[in-house]
Design a protein around this ligand. Structure first.
Ligand code: ZN
Length: 206
């Protein structure tokens, strides 16, 4: 791509670093922003700068939160004996939108993937095990995507929990293998949490 301006080239380059944004889309977005009133672009850059500078993760579940402990964790109406283990914040949003789940969450921040160089130490697994050791959690629901990495992660956590007084279950899969939770429709996802199965059964099945 031949750019008539170094400024334009830089902006397009930065935009194209986003996932799913190729050079052509990046150029279209940058030109679009340029046509908008300057104020709009400023609001966008301020929102991003602010987010980056002030973002906070819940000390308990690692969800993005404006407070030290997020609204879900600090809500007294939620069942604190139930913790749903998810890969990222989008899964929390997807499950919340079903209105079928009243427990808490634990956001791992990814899944174990030797191919991508992500090991257990890169995820919030230690803090999950510590939460269980504190004693209030009675059941962990694994809700990772059912890929090989998801299964590996579930199993790794399951092994870490050996000897602890906690039940493990996995969401029932109305969802096709490899599908991401965020794309599952709300009814299916809600049902799959309600119809969860003991984790031991899911290991035997596979
Ligand atoms: Zn929280």
């Amino acid at each position: 791509m031949d750019f008539s301006s170094k400024l334009l080239e830089n902006a397009v380059y930065e935009m194209s670093q986003l996932p799913g944004i190729g050079k052509r889309t990046a150029l279209r977005l940058v030109l679009h922003l340029l046509k908008q009133p300057e104020e709009r672009t400023n609001l966008l850059s301020e929102a991003l700068t602010d987010l980056r500078a002030k973002v906070n993760f819940c000390k308990s579940c690692h969800n993005i939160s404006d407070t030290e402990i997020c609204e879900i964790c600090s809500n007294h109406k939620r069942d604190k004996s139930l913790v749903c283990v998810v890969e990222d914040i989008r899964d929390v949003m997807a499950i919340e939108s079903t209105s079928q789940y009243n427990g808490l969450y634990h956001v791992l921040g990814g899944k174990i993937s030797p191919m991508e160089g992500i090991g257990p130490q890169d995820l919030s697994i230690v803090s999950l095990v510590n939460r269980v050791k504190e004693g209030e959690v009675k059941e962990l629901i694994f809700a990772l995507s059912s890929t090989m990495e998801g299964d590996t992660t579930n199993f790794y956590i399951y092994k870490q929990l050996e000897g602890l007084d906690v039940t493990t279950s996995t969401i029932a899969r109305g969802i096709a293998v490899g599908d991401e939770l965020e794309y599952a429709d709300e009814v299916t996802l809600g049902r799959s949490i309600l119809n969860r199965i003991p984790f031991e059964n899911s290991i035997k099945a596979s």
